[in-house]
Write a protein that binds this ligand. Structure first.
Ligand SMILES: Cc1cc2nc3c(=O)[nH]c(=O)nc-3n(C[C@H](O)[C@H](O)[C@H](O)COP(=O)(O)OP(=O)(O)OC[C@H]3O[C@@H](n4cnc5c(N)ncnc54)[C@H](O)[C@@H]3O)c2cc1C
Length: 393
């Protein structure tokens, strides 16, 4: 197992549950046993939970090689080389090395800059957020940036959310964006949308000076900047061994999650799980789908274990889904909103903070978004699953 995150852990568990009795080694770059990442941008930042609450149960019988990074894959000899030179031979390989935070070209490294991907990132930021009177800028407009801005504001920090897009959560459409923007405003988060950050440098005052492309906006000095502009898959070591990858770096798989080589030939002994991979798109021929979400890593673990143990029998057909919590808004999304040509607001109540948006393409349902209306998902799931050739549990 390459990677000791949720995808690696759940695949190890699935292999054991399905009867694999051989030797299992999990190699993880971080020194920690697997932990849950979603709280890192939410409850751990606000102090609502302690670090120990992010720990995952790891009673599955495996050998852990933690604090070790895989630097090379030799597909012919079936061996991984670790930093320090040790070799780990394998008969079958699960690639679950996830992603890292994307760098911002305008960021000049200094202690006032933060990303939120690893436990240490979140612990360091949470410690700073305890300081009274803190000024924080969050750069980005996706779910992670919105969660971090909400969490920072909850701790009392003066918080500014800056993104070049016109509203938060652009990919979900303006209805959800307007809801989230309203929640930010009511909570006192200062929004600077339609503004691109151009540079983040150490300020003389000890914090960070943030400059934007808007000449009307003066440079802002803050104590901390959180850069949350997406992820980069940790796949360089596998790509340089000849495995096929998308332009963004995800390893391309077949429907059974087997890695493919550059000629498109599936590798019977290598599967890819979670943020590191992209599978064939369920409805767009020739395209691939990356789903950097928790439930994807968990569900792919099961398919990958089936494929390794039983061969290519069960294609991966899980319905895409993710969740996010921003202030008191519980966002839930099933399906693929990006496919839609039409959005219909099924329910909208700004006072009760409830929203339901249905996404269709050529009249067929492709996704549903709910805010504080999770109960509405079940009704729509079968029809969305049918359009997307997915299973509807
Ligand atoms: C702060 C945060 C909040 C999130 N919140 C949500 C949410 O609310 N809802 C949701 O659906 N999803 C959320 N996600 C996404 C979700 O956590 C990820 O999709 C999930 O963690 C992916 O699991 P993974 O196992 O593929 O990768 P990861 O969890 O990233 O684990 C990969 C592991 O592999 C290790 N690794 C990398 N390279 C190497 C190497 N060369 N050698 C050895 N080990 C290596 C990494 O250090 C890491 O420990 C969040 C993610 C983050 C970062």
């Amino acid at each position: 197992m390459a990677g000791a995150g949720i995808g690696g852990l759940r695949t190890a568990e699935a292999l054991r549950t399905k009867g694999f009795a051989g030797r299992l080694t999990v190699v993880g770059e971080e020194t920690h046993f697997p932990y849950d990442r979603p709280p890192l941008s939410k409850q751990l930042l606000t102090g609502a939970i302690p670090v120990s609450a992010t720990t995952l149960a790891t009673d599955v019988p495996v050998e852990w090689l933690l604090g070790r990074r895989i630097v090379e894959l030799d597909r012919e000899r079936r061996v991984l080389r670790l930093d320090g030179g040790d070799l780990v031979p394998f008969d079958a390989l699960v690639i679950a090395t996830g992603a890292r935070a994307r760098d911002h070209p305008g960021a000049v490294p200094h202690p006032g800059l933060f990303t939120v991907r690893r436990l240490e990132d979140s612990v360091r930021l949470a410690a700073l957020l305890r300081r009274p009177g803190l000024r924080v800028a969050v750069v980005g407009g996706g779910v992670l940036a919105n969660e971090v801005a909400a969490a920072a504001r909850t701790t009392g920090a003066s918080t500014t959310l800056i993104d070049r897009g016109g509203s938060p959560l652009r990919r979900l459409g303006p209805e959800a964006g307007a809801f989230v923007a309203r929640a930010h405003r009511l909570s006192g988060v200062h929004l600077m949308f339609g503004t691109a950050v151009t540079s983040m440098r150490a300020a003389r005052s000890g914090g960070t000076t943030v400059r934007t492309d808007n000449p009307q906006v003066p440079a802002v000095d803050v104590d901390a900047v959180v850069i949350a502009i997406g992820g980069r898959p940790n796949t360089e070591w596998a790509r340089s061994a000849g495995l096929a990858a998308a332009p963004a770096g995800e390893l391309l798989t077949d429907h059974f999650l087997r890695a493919t080589d550059r000629a498109g030939i599936p590798q019977t002994d290598i599967v890819v799980v979670g943020d590191a991979g992209a599978r064939p798109h369920p409805v767009t021929p020739g395209a691939f789908l990356a789903e950097p979400h928790w439930s994807n890593a968990v569900r792919q673990a099961d398919t990958a274990a089936e494929t390794l143990l039983g061969g290519p029998v069960f294609p991966h057909r899980a319905l895409p889904s993710f969740w996010s919590d921003v202030h008191d808004l519980k966002l839930r999304v099933i399906g693929l909103p990006g496919l839609a040509d039409t959005r219909t607001v099924v329910e909208s109540d700004a006072t009760a903070r409830r929203l339901v948006v249905r996404y269709t393409r050529d009249g067929a349902p492709v996704a549903l978004l709910t805010i504080n209306r999770t109960s509405r998902l079940a009704h729509h799931r079968p029809e969305i699953a049918a359009t997307l050739n997915a299973d509807s549990p």
